[in-house]
Design a protein around this ligand. Structure first.
Ligand code: HEM
Length: 447
């Protein structure tokens, strides 16, 4: 196989001008999974731009741990920055530690315990709204659950409700737009294509809704015991670690980073439980013992062992954040290659999780691979990234997902309506297009 500059093997099949655009839009997962067979570092083309895909777990760790050299950047991060402002997920290394210190307290264990009360209420409202024998669009229902829960965590004031509704409506177009623009050549972003216009409109509406909520909070001057109040108070009391624009960016980022990824994770978990009824029954034995038919709470979490393993295995098979980018700030040595400054690097949790060299039988759904006695190679499970830029909401997401899945299984028997597997839509998250599930009630009928 020929090698390009810096000794990195190019992936075959690049077309003039568009590069690997077609496989990246049509079937990106299959395309990604072919790459490790060409080398540990493989060059692909996004239009005229080159990018290096890092295909070995230890090299991905090197990239994640040295975030000054491998800084946030590259097309996906640039588009996230464009959509949300320079918040935690896209800001450069130079401002990251300060931003992270300001937001981290909102994700402490004490706060998480409080958020779990909101989670229990929302899970209860959703799972008691279903009726026996009904077909449920799981993706849509989990999106409602995650958006209501996360929005309430960020802003509890009633005045924020219209903004929450607007952001919920806009997010799908924002996600689709970020991915499409990241893989399309930049000159196409400016054309008045329907997809570009939809993205711009959604982004502007969400942006304005969050701005309005921040002004409302400032005007009423009260503390609402939520994340926005906390960020504003820190800003006002101390002269502010975060500027107003940064507070706006954090709220947009937490909404966007938190809602869809968590919703997608629980949706895939429900899909897998329908595909593997024996695991569903095992999980029901656990939930029957721990919950009966009541809604899960924070205190139940230590006993919901299998539920947690099902979520972990789901995140391995279908990591919502499946493709992420970095940019080298200086010349870097990775494996045997010398990588020039300003090179785009790609790491993909999906690719790493599905590499049979590190995960035996990577396509099979086996929650027991996460039993404590089973060994794993370091860096082969990275659904939340790693290093200083690791997901700030990982425990939030795991808590909500575990509680939601257990409660659903405790109350409802789940079965697929469609025999076909859900189509995967390549967005910023690994999105199942439609998961239609029949829910049959397990509770004795209430009079
Ligand atoms: C299952 C659910 C989730 C998954 C799979 C996930 C995945 C990820 C990944 C892979 C990253 C690292 C991105 C990179 O390396 O470029 C990340 C970062 C981040 N996530 Fe999550 N996430 C989830 C839920 C959440 C939630 C619930 C929130 C907040 C409410 C959140 C907020 C963030 C933020 C702010 C960052 C940037 C952190 C930083 O750079 O300091 N995520 N997430």
């Amino acid at each position: 196989m020929a090698t390009d500059h810096a000794g990195i093997t190019p992936a075959p099949g690049a077309l003039p001008i568009v590069g690997h655009l077609f496989p990246l839009l049509r079937d990106p997962l299959r395309f990604l999974n072919t790459l490790p067979s060409y080398g540990d570092l493989v060059q692909i083309r996004l239009g005229p731009q080159r990018a290096v895909v890092v295909c070995r777990p230890d090299l991905v760790q090197q990239v994640l741990l040295h975030d000054r050299t491998y800084d946030k950047g590259g097309p996906i991060i640039e588009r996230i920055g464009n959509a949300l402002g320079d918040g935690l997920a896209s800001c450069p290394h130079s401002t990251h530690r300060r931003q992270r210190r300001s937001v981290q307290p909102a994700f402490s264990r004490t706060c998480l315990r409080e958020y779990a009360t909101i989670m229990t209420e929302q899970i209860d409202a959703l799972t008691t709204s279903w009726s026996d024998g009904r077909t449920v669009d799981v993706a849509e229902q989990m999106y409602t659950l995650a958006s209501n829960t996360i929005a309430q965590t960020l802003f509890t004031a009633e005045a924020a409700e219209p903004a929450v509704e607007t952001v919920k409506e806009c997010l799908p177009d924002i996600f689709r737009g970020i991915y499409q623009q990241a893989v399309l050549p930049p000159w196409l972003h400016r054309l008045p294509l329907p997809s570009n216009l939809r993205y711009e409109r959604a982004r502007n509406r969400a942006w304005a809704a969050v701005s309005k909520t921040i002004s409302l909070y400032r005007q009423d001057g009260q503390t609402h015991g939520d994340v926005l109040s906390m960020l504003l108070k820190a800003h006002d009391d101390t002269g502010g670690a975060l500027s107003d624009a940064e507070i706006h960016a954090q709220i947009m980022t937490l909404l966007v980073a938190g809602i869809e990824s968590t919703a997608v994770a629980v949706t895939w978990a429900v899909h897998l439980l329908c595909q593997w009824p024996d695991v569903q029954e095992r999980l029901r034995t656990e939930t029957a013992e721990v919950l009966g038919t009541r809604t899960a709470t924070w205190d139940d979490l230590p006993q919901l062992d299998l539920a947690r393993r099902v979520i972990t295995e789901t995140l391995r098979l279908y990591p919502p954040g499946w493709i992420l980018t970095r940019t080298t700030t200086t010349e870097a040595r990775l494996a045997d290659a010398v990588i020039p400054p300003e090179t785009t690097l790609i790491y993909s949790p999906y690719l790493i999780h599905h590499d049979a060299r590190f995960n035996p039988h990577p396509s099979s759904f086996d929650p027991d691979r996460w039993l404590p006695e089973r060994q794993h190679v370091r860096g082969t499970f990275i659904p939340f990234g790693g290093g200083a830029r690791k997901c700030i909401g990982d425990n939030y997401a795991l808590t909500l997902a575990t509680m939601a899945l257990s409660t659903i299984v405790a109350r409802w028997r789940l079965s697929h309506v469609d025999v076909q597997l859900p189509r995967i839509e390549p967005r910023v998250t690994l999105n199942p297009h439609k998961v239609q599930v029949r829910v049959d009630c397990l509770e004795p009928a209430r009079d």
